[in-house]
Design a protein around this ligand. Structure first.
Ligand code: P6P
Length: 327
């Protein structure tokens, strides 16, 4: 019989975060609050996404984001919700959001952390009811407490992340995150407004059957990628490409496989952003016993030079990613 008092499914994410905090001697509760703020915003966004078709907010705004991409109403809503939650949680000094030009000053000058976030990655899929995701990274600020934040707070290598994760607004809404001691997954129960621990200690299979890549660009792929793809086909692997990063990434984490976004003629360094997308997923990969590289180095070791820089991104089962050497 299941002992409901100890069965993992009985643990809410809030209790899990607090338990984790108690296991870190130096933890003083600020990071716990940051994670709680992210959890709160994700619950609100999950509700907005699940009713978008009914409330007419799945469409486009008249605005463009900093990358010249048409902004969707839900992009704006998601950005506002995360900002509001992190401002009122008071533990974050500034936020770098993929959807906003400048760094968002939260006014919390004495806060210890900064957050980098892609509030709603893959949002172009919403109006065809394909899953989308939030990707987030938390860093200790480099600038002094009580003073203004600086751009250096955001140009730290991914190895400095104190927490990272994603929310997948899919057939169910899941939160997957790490604070450096493994990866855990939580499933949202909307009727209770709670996330429950549903996937404790996620470990990515060493091998995998799936490879995710947009093959339209293959003419411009580096030779190393073309050779890798030929091997995937020879090994009879299955291609799965939803075109929504968090979706493809999560399936590969759970079942084994690789996600590849190489340099293309349109994006000479690949399309994905180091700070907003790759670093958080790279930390999840490695904490789940997988690997994430740019073909030469671990993603997490790359020292950012620009907050919007793009990198080639190869993430997934270690035994497969190790084969990609794009010298
Ligand atoms: P392409 C969505 O815009 C995104 O950033 C990821 O979510 C997705 O994996 C990728 O771009 C899709 O890009 O060039 O294949 O359409």
């Amino acid at each position: 019989s299941v002992n409901t008092f100890t069965h993992p499914l009985g643990i809410t994410v809030d209790r899990f975060i607090v338990q984790n905090q108690h296991e870190c001697p130096e933890a003083t509760g600020e990071l716990t609050q940051v994670l709680r703020d992210i959890v709160l915003a994700s619950k609100i966004i999950s509700r907005e996404i699940n009713r978008a078709g009914l409330s007419g907010i799945e469409g486009l705004t008249d605005e463009e984001n900093v990358h010249g991409e048409k902004q969707r109403m839900l992009d704006v809503i998601a950005g506002v919700r995360f900002t509001r939650a992190l401002v009122s949680g008071r533990q974050v000094a500034a936020i770098l959001s993929e959807e906003r030009e400048g760094i968002i000053d939260t006014g919390n000058k004495h806060a210890k952390y900064v957050v980098i976030i892609d509030p709603l990655d893959g949002s172009s899929n919403i109006d065809v009811n394909i899953s989308v995701g939030t990707i987030f990274s938390v860093y200790k600020r480099i600038s002094k407490h009580g003073e203004d934040f600086s751009i250096e707070d955001f140009l730290q290598p991914g190895t400095n992340q104190v927490a990272a994760g994603y929310v997948l607004y899919g057939s169910s809404t899941m939160l997957v995150y790490t604070t450096g001691n493994g990866v855990d997954g939580f499933t949202y129960e909307p009727s209770l407004g709670e996330y429950f621990l549903s996937h404790p200690n996620i470990v990515q299979p060493e091998y995998g059957d799936y490879y995710s890549i947009n093959e339209k660009n293959q003419e411009s792929f580096p030779d190393a990628i073309r050779e890798f793809l030929a091997r995937c086909k020879k090994d009879n692997m299955s291609t799965r490409y939803v075109g929504s990063l968090v979706c493809d990434f999560h399936r590969n984490i759970m079942k084994g496989g690789v996600y590849l976004y190489p340099p293309t003629s349109a994006y000479s360094d690949g399309k994905l952003r180091l700070l907003y997308e790759c670093n958080a997923l790279a930390m999840i990969s490695e904490q789940a016993n997988g690997l994430a590289t740019n073909g030469n180095h671990r993603i997490l070791e790359i020292c950012p030079t620009w907050h919007r820089q793009r990198v080639p991104f190869y993430a997934g089962s270690k035994s497969l990613i190790e084969k990609i050497r794009d010298h």
